[in-house]
Design a protein around this ligand. Structure first.
Ligand code: ADP
Ligand code: MG
Length: 551
């Protein structure tokens, strides 16, 4: 039967979505493939349709035990013979499935990867003797250490592959940059797989970054007027999910925490409540969300900096599945960058750290970006994009440009004073006059020491990143990058060049004013006394903005 007839007959859809048919035609020729489609793009049909056309059994590897039953039930409702094997089943249940397999009664068998490991890998031997038509590896990024959700049990799939080299493999994921893709291909030993990459653009999601200062108040401002809307708020630690959920509850929000340290029945209950709209906000670690298909999530907030763009994009992608406007807000701070850098170097060997820090660097760039965020994100996944998307804080004009020549001179001369031998963190300490003891005594005699004490670390961090982007500064290579003078620095230090830097327009906070669905009330107005206003008179270092707190 033709793929399109299968689609219509078993699934009741009229036509294929972009790439689905190409993927299916490729696998029908018994070839390997790599399928990248955003969440909700329709990856499942890419293996389900061929499974029904092929004679033998299709194995689907999925890490989402909690969802397997639903997926299989949904197939059965459509009259498709499917079953699953995972650790949640009793021995009897599992044996019943094995009998079905033996009698060739099944078209699709869903398997949790850890099941391959159980009973001395007997299952691999069992699978080897079957007539398999296809192995579909869902959430294939889990096989890669460079992905954002590495699962060691996925590594067994490399072994499975070697045992059944003639069976085509299809790797599917919604989140993999170049490096992760290459890793998937090599771990699964995919043979010249065509990559099918769908557009990852999520037009309806508006991307925003705010400095992480007074972030709870900023969060409340953001949520204002959205009290009933569904959203996910991500935090780095389990403790902070609990404390933030409690603070939100105290402000009248129906919010609950969610993290892997909670008992299973509590997690299930909270997830269920969220899906049913009994609670509107889940404050979670990244343990929450994979496989959760809730269409009306209106916003995703990151209170802390994610480790990489892959994870960030996957998480923000949970907003606006229904196509209605969604918002993705990230609170960015230099302190988070520092913390994650330290975690990364402590937790990994040198080679791993090098790669992971590079990924983190991209997240830092994103946090300090002064051009279209969507373009940056899509480019990260090798997708072309126009310069201006019209739906991110940058394109919506949330930043304005100031004459930053004096700020640039301060930063550049600090770098020069420090002999171009220190990283950004230290340069900021120097600018702020934050060093202590003998070093302080020594630094105090230097002209630039402490001249930037009126600005926060985040602000300086942002400016330094901008100065790097504009080639006034550069960052050295290697594990401990230092700041150096860039090719365009001389003209600035001599006073021959004007430097433009951007500052965020703070939303005007009129009492009682409700936030509009997209954007801020009163966007475009600079509130008096804001950091932006202060910087315009950047010559006078003492003008500190009233609401700025240092971390
Ligand atoms: P993914 O695994 O890529 O996140 P799914 O395979 O779960 O996405 O599909 C998401 C939704 O889109 C499902 O409800 C599915 O039935 C629907 N869908 C997939 N392909 C089509 C199609 N060709 N036409 C209409 N709906 C589709
Ligand atoms: Mg899926």
């Amino acid at each position: 039967m033709e793929p399109i007839s299968i689609l219509q007959r078993y699934f009741g859809y009229d036509s294929f979505r972009p790439n689905q048919e190409q993927v299916i035609r490729n696998v029908l020729q018994k070839k390997d493939s790599l399928v990248l489609m955003p969440t909700g793009g329709g990856k499942s049909l890419c293996y389900q349709v061929p499974a029904l056309i092929f004679e033998g059994l299709t194995i689907v590897i999925s890490p989402l035990i909690a969802l397997m039953k639903d997926q299989v039930d949904a197939l059965r409702v459509n009259g498709i013979a499917a079953a699953y094997l995972n650790s949640s089943q009793s021995r009897n249940e599992q044996e019943a499935v094995f009998r079905q397999v033996h009698r060739n009664e099944l078209k699709l068998l869903y398997l949790a990867p850890e099941r391959l490991m159980a009973s001395d890998m007997q299952l691999i031997g069992f699978l080897k003797r079957l007539k398999l038509s296809l192995v579909a590896v869902d959430e294939a990024h889990c096989i890669s250490q460079w992905g954002h959700d590495f699962r060691p049990e996925y590594r067994l799939l490399g072994q499975l592959r070697q045992e059944i080299p003639e069976v085509p493999f299809m790797a599917l994921t919604a989140t993999a940059d170049k490096l992760t893709r290459a890793d998937i291909i090599s771990r699964l030993e995919l043979k010249d797989p065509p990559s099918y990459i769908s557009s990852f653009n999520r037009e309806n999601i508006c991307y925003k970054v705010e400095p992480k200062r007074n972030s709870f108040q900023r969060l409340l401002d953001f949520l204002e007027g959205n009290k009933k809307e569904s959203g996910i708020i991500y935090c780095l630690s389990r403790n902070s999910t609990e404390s933030l959920a409690a603070k939100l509850q105290a402000k009248g929000y129906a919010a609950e925490a969610y993290h892997a340290g909670l008992e299973k029945h509590i997690r299930e209950e909270r997830q269920e409540k969220f899906l049913r709209d009994d609670i509107s906000i889940v404050v979670a670690t990244i343990a929450f969300g994979m496989g959760i298909d809730k269409s009306n999530v209106r916003f995703v907030v990151h209170m802390d900096l994610p480790k990489n763009i892959e994870g960030y994009y996957q998480e923000t992608g949970r907003a606006g599945r229904d196509g209605l406007p969604g918002e993705a807000l990230l609170f960015y701070s230099y302190a988070d960058v520092n913390k994650l850098q330290q975690f990364t170097t402590v937790e990994n060997n040198e080679e791993q750290s090098r790669i992971l820090l590079k990924k983190l660097d991209q997240m830092v760039l994103y946090g300090n970006l002064r051009s279209c965020r969507r373009k940056f994100l899509l480019n990260y996944f090798d997708e072309e994009a126009p310069d201006n998307c019209g739906n991110c804080d940058i394109c919506l004009g949330k930043y304005q440009y100031i004459d930053g020549t004096i700020l640039a001179q301060k930063a550049l001369s600090a770098v020069a004073r420090l002999n171009e031998s220190f990283g950004a963190g230290y340069v900021i300490d120097f600018l702020k006059g934050n060093t202590s003891g003998r070093i302080r005594e020594w630094h105090k005699s230097l002209k630039t020491f402490g001249v930037g004490s009126d600005l926060s670390r985040e602000t300086w961090s942002g400016y330094l990143e901008e100065l790097i982007a504009q080639e006034y500064l550069k960052k050295s290579e290697g594990p401990y990058p230092v700041l150096q003078l860039g090719p365009k620095s001389r003209a600035v230090l001599k006073g021959d060049e004007t430097v433009m830097l951007s500052v965020r327009k703070e939303p005007e906070k009129a009492a009682g004013q409700k936030r509009k669905t997209a954007g801020y009330a009163g966007a475009g107005n600079l509130s008096a006394g804001s950091e932006a206003a202060g910087n315009r008179t950047s010559g006078s270092p003492a003008r500190r903005s009233g609401n700025e707190k240092d971390n």
